[in-house]
Design a protein around this ligand. Structure first.
Ligand SMILES: NC(=O)c1ccc[n+]([C@@H]2O[C@H](COP(=O)([O-])OP(=O)(O)OC[C@H]3O[C@@H](n4cnc5c(N)ncnc54)[C@H](OP(=O)(O)O)[C@@H]3O)[C@@H](O)[C@H]2O)c1
Length: 323
């Protein structure tokens, strides 16, 4: 009898988690959180990108502010292009902060600069709100499979609050220090990842110029001292010269700019990264910004060393012998 009475007690529905920014990464991560049993309230600037989540049961919010009001778990994820988008979503018209209750936590998956993260945390803190930076390593496929690496900055309590939700999409969660530590690590990671691929692109372009076969060059590089993990991941793109977007080139150039700014702020220099940024920008100018960052190969292949033709008259006189 008593057992029956306990069994009949209504179980409260799980609290809703908010998610804003349903681009390539956001949609995949939100889906992982939903599939792990957390109901969602979602918003995206372009509504159509929320359709499959809504079809799967997520609640659509017309404005970021409404996400804040409806997220009963008092946790809202952001996954947006850059710091400008983060500011707009949080503090713009009908922004998230207008709907968030005190003590709510914003988990920012966007790759922005560490000073941006600290600035946002300070503004939210002044409103009694909490913030952690939690940009992720790994791309869309890793997000879909729950294999991301989360680089996290924030207080112990805030990170502990976010951890079970982050674990739905990330197999490894690295708490690296206070707010800004996550974005710092993420930018250093991307400096190496993009810089490495830029160098591989340069190598392949030079090899081709020297008459070597592209596919064979890549094969040999991947078996020897020239091995690069990112080249291995992008080898099909390089071989076929097709760049279906996973991590768009314009985002990679953003990250190289951000790491240069972050380095300068602490009196360090990004030199090789600057060259990689120049190459990436050339490919963006060539109309490839929305393709995968592996399209950096096209900049390397298109590049020619410009030699100004030497006018005959200015040619050095041939040696005339002694005397
Ligand atoms: N793709 C990757 O492999 C990868 C991996 C790790 C980290 N990241 C980082 O994760 C973030 C998202 O990347 P993604 O690949 O998902 O990019 P994406 O597909 O281009 O998505 C960007 C998201 O930001 C939104 N957004 C941009 N500007 C906005 C604004 N002014 N106001 C409101 N919303 C705005 C977009 O809304 P709309 O849909 O309306 O455009 C979209 O939801 C970036 O910071 C990126 O650097 C990406």
């Amino acid at each position: 009898m008593l057992d029956n009475a306990i069994a009949a007690e209504p179980v409260p529905p799980p609290a809703k988690v908010g998610f804003i920014g349903l681009g390539m990464m956001g949609a995949a991560i939100a889906e992982r959180i939903r599939a792990a049993g957390h109901p969602l309230v979602v918003h995206n600037r372009t509504r159509s990108k929320g359709a499959s989540l809504v079809a799967a049961g997520a609640t659509w919010a017309f404005h970021p502010k409404d996400v804040g009001r409806e997220a009963s778990a008092k946790v809202v994820f952001l996954d947006l292009t850059d710091a400008r988008a983060v500011h707009r979503v949080l503090f713009g018209r009908n922004g998230l902060v207008a709907g968030l209750p005190r003590d709510a936590l914003v988990v920012d998956l966007s790759t922005i600069g560490p000073s941006d993260s600290r600035d946002v945390a300070q503004k939210l803190g002044a409103l009694g709100l909490h913030y952690i930076d939690a940009p992720v390593g790994g791309s869309v496929e890793a997000a879909r499979n729950g294999q991301l690496l989360a680089f996290v900055g924030g207080s112990e309590e805030d990170v502990a609050r976010a951890r079970p939700l982050l674990a739905a999409a990330a197999q490894r969660i690295e708490h690296l220090g206070p707010v800004g530590a996550g974005t710092s690590m993420k930018l250093v990671n991307n400096l190496l990842m993009v810089g490495d691929l830029a160098l591989a692109a340069e190598g392949v372009a030079v090899a081709e110029g020297l008459g070597l076969d592209r596919k064979r060059t890549v094969d040999i590089l991947l078996e020897g001292g020239g091995y690069s993990r990112i080249l291995e991941l992008k080898r099909a793109d390089f071989e076929e010269r097709r760049y279906p977007p996973q991590f768009q080139l314009h985002l990679a150039t953003k990250d190289l700019k951000l790491v240069a700014i972050a380095a300068r702020a602490v009196d360090r220099e990004v030199r090789i990264g600057k060259e990689a940024a120049r190459m990436a920008q050339e490919a963006v100018r060539g109309g490839r910004g929305n393709e995968d960052f592996s399209a950096i190969l096209e900049a390397a292949l298109a590049r020619r060393v410009r030699r100004s033709p030497t006018p005959e008259t200015s040619a050095p006189a041939p040696p005339t012998g002694p005397g």
